[in-house]
Design a protein around this ligand. Structure first.
Ligand SMILES: [Zn+2]
Length: 720
C-alpha cells in the first residue's frame, strides 16, 4: 500500500490522456475519486487526472492546476495592471511562442505518440492531440485549449454552460494567484456565477449528487477524530456519515483537490475516501455547526460561550426580573444586537430606567427599556462574563467576552464607565467570521480603485487612510491587506485591537500595560524582515516619523491618521513634525472616507425635488446649508426616497456604503509640499484640478443613482 502510494506521489506522470468528450471526463474524474482505485499501482491516480490537472507532479499540483495562459485580449483591463497577472501574461506569451514552434515541428517530423523526452517535447505532445484529425479554426480558442488553461472543472463548467469562458479564464488566474484549486477560487469569487448551476454541473461531471442544502449537510455531519474544525476549514472538507466499513465519506468544496484528498486518505486511514461536492454556502453553514458540535463535545475551551436564547422581547418586558432571570435577559440582549447587525450595544442607566440601545448602520436606536432597579444586576452579570471586578463600580474597566451566537464566534469588547446614575456599559461586537469585502467590492470608483491597486502592488510607499471612528477605514485597510500576495511578501501588523484575523498576515496587538505601543511594535516589526507593514494608527509623532522612515527604506506601509480629508493628511503629518521633504517622498496615496446609509430596497418610491426639499426643511436643513455644500436640488426632477418598512426597521435605510476621496501624489504636488509656504487650500485646489473627486461629490453620485438620500449626505458630510 505504502509503496504504491509512493508510486502515485512520485511516479512519472503519464502524459498520454487527453480529455476528448464528456464521457472521458466522467471516466477520468470518477476513477481516482476513490483512493482504493487510485492506489492500485497498475492504474495510477495521475493517469486519470493528468488531463484534468496538467502533467505536473503532486507537489506542485495547486500551482500547475490552473496553468497561466491566456491571450492578453481575454484578460480584463483592471486585472492586467496587477503585477502577478502581468507576469503570467508574459509567461503565456512565451509559452504561446513555444507552442507555435513545437506544434509545427510536430507536424513536419511526425513524432506524435512518442514518449516525451523534455518539457518542450511533452508540451508538443500534449498539443499534438488537439492537432490531429481536424483543423482548428479560431485562433484565440485554439490558443487556450492548447495551453490547457481551461482544464478539469473549469473546462467541464464551460462545456456544460455553467460558466462563461471569460469568467473561467479570470477565475483560473485567480486560482493560480492564490495557489488554490479552481473550485476554491470560484467559491471565493462568485461574481456573475450561478453556483447552483455550477455545482449541478460538477455533480454531473463526477456522477455524484452534490450537497446544496445546508440543513441536509448538517443532518449528514458526523463527529470525526481526524478532522478538527480548523483543519476542516483549511482543507475545506467536512466528514459525513458513512454506512460502509472502511469508507470515509467527506464533503468538499473542491472535489478536484488532489492534495486534500490524499491528505484525507492518509489521515482517515480508511480504505476508500468518498467525496461529495458541496455548495460553499452549505459548507460554511455546516462548518459552523461542526465547530459548535466539537466545542460542545469537548466541553468548551472557555474561549466562546454558546449563547442560547429562550426568551423573547415579550418575556423580557413581562418578567419580574429577579436575579434568576438576569442571564436570560443578557443572552437576549446579546442575541438581539447580533441579529440586527449592531456594531455596539449600550446598556445605560438613566435614573428611572435601564435603556438598551444598539448602534445599527452607525446610528443608535432604542432596543428595550427595563426597570431601573435591574441596572446593577445586569451590569454585574455582564461584568462577570467579561472577567471584570464586579465589586468595583467607581472606576472604568474594560474586558472581553467570547460568545457563540447561532454558531458564530463573536468577540465582545466590554467597557464600563461610572456615571451619576450608575455604570454605563458599552459592548462592541466583533464578528471574526464576518466576510471581509474584496477591495473591488468596497465601493471605490473605478479610477481610484485602479490607482490604489497600483500603489498596493508597488514595493514601497506609504498609504494613509483617514476618517472618524466608524467610517469603515479598518475594513478598507483589511481589504487592502487581503489583496496583497501574502505568500511572496512578509506582511506584519501592529494593531489596537486586532479586529479580524487575516490568514497569512502576522498580527500583533498593542498592549499599553505591557509597554507595547505602536512605535515599539513598529520597531520590533522592522527587525522582522517585513515587506508590508500595517500600523493601526499614527497616533503620535514618533509613530508617524517611523512609518514615514519605514516606507522610505523600501517597505510598503499602511496606516490610519486623524484628518478631515485626504489633503488634510499631508498637513497633519507636517504638523506632527515630519519633515515636508520626507512627507512628499513617502506618501504614495491618501484616502479619506465616510459611511453613508443606503436606501432600503423594499420601500422605495419616486417623488419630485419639491418634496425632497420640503422633507429636508422639516428635518431642519436650511437652504443656506444646502447651498454652502453646493447641493442644488431641481424642484421638478424625480428623486428616489424611502418610506420605511419592516425590512429596514422603519428607518428607510439598510446597510452602508463608503464614500471616498483619494489623493495620489504626482511630482507637481510633491513639489508643492516641499516648496516655501505650503498652503493647504491651494494644494487642495491643485489636487482637485487633477481630477480628485471629493467625498461629497462621490456621495452625490450615489444620490443621483438613488442609492442614498440628500439628508443622509448632509448628516454625514454636512460638517466637513
Ligand atoms: Zn424599508
Amino acid at each position: 500500500m505504502n509503496a504504491s502510494r509512493e508510486t502515485v506521489r512520485r511516479g512519472e506522470p503519464s502524459r498520454s490522456t487527453a480529455v476528448e468528450d464528456d464521457a472521458t471526463i466522467l471516466a477520468d474524474v470518477t476513477a481516482p475519486l476513490t483512493h482504493a482505485t487510485a492506489l492500485d499501482p497498475d492504474r495510477t491516480i495521475v493517469d486519470g487526472t493528468d488531463a484534468l490537472f496538467g502533467p505536473e507532479s503532486d507537489e506542485t499540483i495547486s500551482d500547475a492546476d490552473q496553468a497561466p495562459a491566456t491571450p492578453e485580449a481575454e484578460v480584463p483591463e483592471a486585472l492586467r495592471a496587477n503585477p502577478v497577472v502581468a507576469r503570467l501574461l508574459e509567461e503565456a506569451k512565451r509559452r504561446s511562442a513555444l507552442a507555435q514552434t513545437t506544434a509545427s515541428e510536430q507536424r513536419t517530423t511526425s513524432t506524435f505518440g512518442a514518449p516525451p523526452a523534455s518539457e518542450t517535447a511533452a508540451a508538443a505532445h500534449e498539443f499534438g492531440h488537439h492537432e490531429t484529425g481536424h483543423d482548428v479554426g479560431h485562433e484565440g480558442r485554439r490558443f487556450q485549449e492548447e495551453l490547457g488553461l481551461l482544464r478539469g472543472p473549469a473546462r467541464a463548467l464551460v462545456e456544460r454552460g455553467a460558466l462563461s469562458e471569460r469568467r473561467a479564464v479570470s477565475i483560473s488566474l485567480q486560482a493560480r494567484d492564490a495557489g488554490v484549486g479552481f473550485m476554491r477560487a470560484l467559491a471565493a469569487d462568485r461574481t456573475n456565477v450561478d453556483m447552483q448551476l455550477a455545482y449541478g454541473a460538477i455533480g454531473k461531471t463526477l456522477g455524484v449528487s452534490p450537497l446544496f442544502d445546508k440543513s441536509e449537510a448538517i443532518k449528514r455531519l458526523v463527529e470525526c477524530d481526524w478532522l478538527p474544525p480548523d483543519l476542516a476549514e483549511q482543507w475545506q472538507m467536512l466528514p459525513l456519515r458513512s454506512d460502509r466499513d472502511g469508507v470515509a465519506a467527506i464533503a468538499m468544496i473542491d472535489p478536484f483537490d488532489l492534495v486534500a484528498r490524499d491528505w484525507a486518505h492518509r489521515r482517515s486511514a480508511a480504505q476508500t475516501v468518498e467525496i461529495t461536492p458541496i455548495h460553499p454556502d452549505a459548507f460554511f453553514e455546516a462548518l459552523r455547526r461542526y465547530r459548535a458540535l466539537k466545542h460542545e463535545m469537548e466541553g468548551g475551551d472557555g474561549m466562546f460561550v454558546p449563547i442560547a436564547v429562550n426568551w423573547t422581547r415579550a418575556d423580557v418586558e413581562r418578567a419580574e426580573l429577579t436575579h434568576l432571570d438576569v442571564p436570560a435577559v443578557v443572552n437576549y440582549i446579546l442575541h438581539r444586537g447580533y441579529e440586527q447587525g449592531a456594531s455596539d450595544i449600550h446598556v445605560e442607566p438613566t435614573g428611572e430606567d435601564l435603556l438598551v440601545r444598539c448602534r445599527v448602520d452607525g446610528v443608535l436606536q432604542e432596543e428595550i427599556k427595563l426597570p431601573g432597579r435591574t441596572a446593577n444586576m445586569l451590569a454585574s452579570r455582564i461584568k462577570v462574563l467579561a472577567n471584570l471586578d464586579v465589586a468595583e463600580r467607581r472606576m472604568p474597566q474594560d474586558g472581553r467576552i467570547g460568545v457563540l451566537i447561532q454558531d458564530h464566534p463573536i468577540d465582545i469588547r466590554v467597557s464600563s464607565l461610572p456615571t451619576v446614575h450608575g455604570e454605563k456599559l458599552v459592548l462592541r461586537l466583533l464578528d471574526e467570521g464576518a466576510l471581509r469585502p474584496r477591495l473591488e467590492e468596497i465601493g471605490l470608483p473605478d479610477r481610484e480603485l485602479r490607482t490604489l491597486l497600483d500603489k498596493i502592488s508597488a514595493p514601497f510607499g506609504l498609504i494613509l487612510l483617514s476618517g472618524p471612528t466608524g467610517s469603515g477605514k479598518t475594513t478598507t485597510l483589511y481589504s487592502c491587506l487581503s489583496s496583497i500576495d501574502r505568500r511572496g511578501r512578509n506582511v506584519v501588523t501592529v494593531e489596537d485591537p486586532v479586529e479580524y484575523r487575516l490568514k497569512g498576515v502576522h498580527q500583533t496587538q498593542v498592549d499599553e500595560n505591557l509597554g507595547l505601543t505602536f512605535a515599539g511594535g513598529l520597531r520590533a516589526i522592522l527587525r522582522q524582515d517585513p515587506d508590508v507593514i500595517m500600523v493601526g494608527e499614527c497616533r503620535d509623532a514618533e509613530t508617524a516619523q517611523m512609518a514615514v522612515q519605514a516606507s522610505l527604506t523600501g517597505h510598503l506601509v499602511f496606516s490610519t491618521i486623524h484628518a478631515n480629508d485626504s489633503v488634510g493628511v499631508v498637513n497633519r503629518l507636517i504638523d506632527m513634525g515630519v519633515d515636508p521633504f520626507l512627507v512628499a517622498n513617502s506618501v504614495s496615496m491618501s484616502v479619506a472616507q465616510r459611511l453613508v446609509r443606503v436606501h432600503c430596497a423594499h420601500c422605495q418610491t419616486v417623488v419630485d425635488g419639491r418634496d425632497v426639499l420640503a422633507n429636508l426643511r422639516a428635518e431642519g436643513v436650511s437652504l443656506e446649508k444646502l447651498e454652502s455644500l453646493g447641493i442644488d436640488i431641481a424642484p421638478d426632477l424625480p428623486a428616489i426616497v424611502t418610506l420605511g418598512c419592516s425590512h429596514c426597521r422603519h428607518t428607510g435605510y439598510a446597510g452602508r456604503q463608503a464614500v471616498f476621496e483619494a489623493l495620489a501624489l504626482d511630482d507637481d504636488l510633491r513639489a508643492m509640499i516641499i516648496g516655501e509656504g505650503f498652503d493647504v487650500r491651494r494644494f487642495r485646489r491643485e489636487a482637485r484640478a487633477r481630477g480628485m473627486q471629493s467625498m461629497l461629490e462621490h456621495a452625490l453620485t450615489l444620490v443621483e443613482e438613488g442609492r442614498t438620500s440628500y439628508s443622509e449626505v448632509v448628516r454625514v458630510l454636512g460638517e466637513s
